[in-house]
Design a protein around this ligand. Structure first.
Ligand SMILES: [Cu+2]
Length: 271
C-alpha cells in the first residue's frame, strides 16, 4: 500500500510553481507608436526627484477632451503618452535646476515613450490586472518596443492604484492650464500645505534659492507677506496648486494665508 503524504517541501514547490506563472497580457500591439505626440495637448510636466526624471505627459484630442481628471469617461481612441527623460545632473548626481527651479532634460539621454490607448473591449487579456479598456506599451525613441504587450501587465497592475474613478489615469488633474495659471507645475515641492498648515513651518534656505509650495490640502490657500501692504499670491488650488518663490538676498519672510489668517509660517534665507 502506498501512502501519499503532502510534505511541507511539496507544499513549497507547489507555491513556487504557482508564483512563477506569468500574469496574462495582450500578445499583439494595439496601442501603436504615437506619431507626433510632442505636438499634442500638454497635460503636465512632472519632475521626479526619486528617479531623477522629467515626465512630460501629452494627450491626443480625444483624451484631452476629458478636462476633469476625476472623470471616468475617456472616449474610445483616447491616447495618453508619457515621455520619460533623464534629468541633467551635476557632479554630485543631483538634478541641475533651470531658472524656474525645474529639472532640465539631459541632452545626452534618450526618452522612453510610455503609451496607453483606450479601445472598445481592450484590456481583457490582463485578467485580474485589467484597468478598464486601456492597453499599455512603451517604446524607445527609435520606435522599437521597450515594454512589449506581453510584458505590459506590469503597467496595468500598477495603474490599478489610480482607480476606476480616474479611469486609471494617475495625474490628469495636474493638467497645465493655458494662460500662465501657475497651478500644476509639477516642480519638486520644498514646502507643502496640508490640513491648514504650512509644512515646514520654519524653513531655512540659502539666499538665491527657490522654494516651491504645493497645496496638498482640500481647500485653496494663499501665501501672503505679513508686512503691511505686503505681496500676496493668487489662490493656490486644492490638490494641484503650486507656487515658486525666489529668495535672492538673505532675510526673513514671514507669511500667512489671506483666507485663513491664523495660518502662519516663516522662511529664513541665510547667506
Ligand atoms: Cu488658507
Amino acid at each position: 500500500m502506498t501512502v501519499l503524504r503532502f510534505t511541507p517541501a511539496a507544499a513549497l514547490l507547489f507555491l513556487v510553481a504557482a508564483q512563477a506563472q506569468t500574469p496574462t497580457a495582450p500578445t499583439e500591439d494595439r496601442v501603436g507608436f504615437p506619431e507626433g505626440y510632442a505636438g499634442w495637448n500638454l497635460l503636465y510636466v512632472l519632475d521626479r526627484p526619486d528617479n531623477r526624471q522629467i515626465r512630460t505627459v501629452y494627450a491626443n484630442e480625444m483624451a484631452a477632451s476629458v478636462t476633469d481628471g476625476n472623470q471616468s469617461n475617456y472616449p474610445y481612441g483616447s491616447v495618453v503618452v508619457m515621455e520619460t527623460w533623464s534629468a541633467l545632473r551635476n557632479a554630485a548626481g543631483e538634478p541641475m535646476l533651470d531658472a524656474n527651479g525645474r529639472f532640465q532634460k539631459d541632452p545626452a539621454a534618450m526618452p522612453t515613450i510610455f503609451t496607453m490607448r483606450k479601445g472598445r473591449g481592450f484590456g481583457e487579456a490582463y485578467g485580474p490586472n485589467r484597468t478598464g479598456e486601456w492597453e499599455y506599451v512603451s517604446y524607445t525613441a527609435a520606435k522599437t518596443l521597450a515594454t512589449a504587450p506581453s510584458g505590459s501587465f506590469t503597467c496595468a497592475n500598477c495603474h490599478l492604484q489610480a482607480g476606476q474613478g480616474k479611469d486609471w489615469v494617475f495625474r490628469a488633474a495636474l493638467r497645465i492650464r493655458p494662460g500662465g495659471d501657475p497651478i500644476s507645475t509639477g516642480a519638486v515641492p520644498s514646502a507643502i500645505i496640508k490640513n491648514y498648515t504650512y509644512i515646514p513651518g520654519n524653513l531655512t534656505v540659502k539666499a538665491g534659492a527657490k522654494v516651491t509650495f504645493y497645496n496638498d490640502d482640500v481647500v485653496a490657500h494663499t501665501i501672503s507677506d505679513d508686512a503691511p501692504e505686503g505681496w500676496t499670491s493668487q489662490q493656490m488650488r486644492a490638490g494641484t496648486g503650486t507656487m515658486t518663490l525666489s529668495f535672492p538676498t538673505p532675510g526673513e519672510f514671514n507669511y500667512h494665508c489671506s483666507i485663513h489668517p491664523n495660518m502662519k509660517a516663516k522662511i529664513t534665507a541665510i547667506p
